[in-house]
Design a protein around this ligand. Structure first.
Ligand code: R5P
Length: 320
């Protein structure tokens, strides 16, 4: 028996297609919610359905425009709490501000923690998110956090695209090593790793300073969590091509895609970039292929609602 009788799904404006797709997966309609702006630009929310004592899931990635989408999420949580929701789960397929999770020099904020505080203060009882840049962000919350990964789904598609090829999984920077090692678990054969060492002379500039591993004569698969300016993937692709990789693919969870990034990546030797739909990306060049996370998120919502383990879903032998 679920702790709360009804499951209610609602969304803001950040990624309605994903929310709709999740709703289809869990076979429930999206609740009727007005999310718009007052004339002065303030966020206006009105929940039109009765959600008293319900198990409410609010799907809203805090993707660009980050501040707008974050504010919508906070106001939705507040409205749900004041409407006597039984439990509120904030579903952030993409957690904006996650890259400011520590101070790298004096007098900087830790915005990932500030966002955690805001979500909790607004009234979220649980958090569901995907591929955080740094898993330590989970510890910024004192409420349960389900941290999913898109690795299994992305790796499954990579296996289809590279059947029988000699693959090397490439971490495009040191920070990605654990992520890539986790990605490797979803291959049923031994797959080597390579690591690129990068430097950022300026915030939006990437310079490769080294590569450890062997990519010569292999299909190089670049694995990362975020594409923002595309600088990291572009530099990594140039490096593995220079070192003799025969084919280059990429698998990245969050397509933040700052202005000009898609065009920039279309100029590289990357043959295909797998991304997910954590962030809404309406028009992209054919270089990009979207792997949807909706069935995974739908299954997780059901499991949270019915009190069933979520972590076992990430195992290799459990089908999604
Ligand atoms: C940072 O360390 C992340 O893992 C990504 O590599 C980074 O955010 C990608 O940003 P960009 O596309 O701007 O290089």
């Amino acid at each position: 028996m679920p702790a709360f009788e009804r499951m209610v799904l609602m969304t803001g404006n950040a990624n309605r297609p994903l929310a709709q797709h999740i709703a289809e997966c869990v076979r429930r309609p999206l609740a009727r919610v007005l999310v718009s702006r007052f004339r002065d630009g303030e966020t206006q929310v009105l929940i039109e359905d009765d959600i008293r004592n319900a198990d409410v899931f609010i799907v809203q990635p805090t993707s660009p425009p980050v501040n707008e989408n974050l504010m919508e999420l906070l106001v939705l949580i507040d409205a749900a709490r004041r409407a006597s929701a039984g439990r509120i789960t904030a579903v952030l397929p993409y957690y904006g501000y996650s890259r400011q999770e520590k101070k790298t020099r004096g007098r900087e904020p830790i915005t990932a923690k500030l966002v955690a505080n805001l979500l909790t203060t607004a009234g979220a009882n649980r958090i569901l998110t995907v591929d955080l840049t740094n898993p330590a962000i989970e510890g910024f919350f004192d409420i349960p956090v389900d941290h999913l990964t898109a690795a299994k789904l992305l790796a499954t598609r990579i296996k289809e695209l590279c059947y029988d090829e000699e693959i090397v999984l490439v971490a495009p920077d040191e920070g990605a090593v654990r992520r890539v090692d986790h990605f490797r678990r979803y291959f049923h054969r031994e797959v080597p790793l390579a690591v690129i060492f990068k430097d950022r002379p300026r915030p939006d500039e990437v310079k490769v300073v080294g590569l450890v591993g062997d990519v010569t004569g292999k299909t190089a698969v670049l694995v990362d969590d975020i594409i923002s300016t595309g600088g990291t993937l572009t530099a990594a692709a140039e490096e593995v091509q220079k070192r003799g990789a025969t084919r280059i693919l990429a698998a990245v969870t969050h397509p933040v895609l700052a202005e000009g990034a898609a065009e920039r990546l279309a100029e590289t030797s990357i043959e295909r970039i797998l991304i997910t739909d954590t962030i809404y990306t309406p028009e992209l060049p054919p270089l990009f292929e979207v792997v949807t996370l909706a069935p995974l998120l739908g299954e997780v919502l059901n499991r949270i609602h019915f009190g069933i383990s979520v972590s076992e879903l990430m195992r290799n032998n459990v089908p999604l």
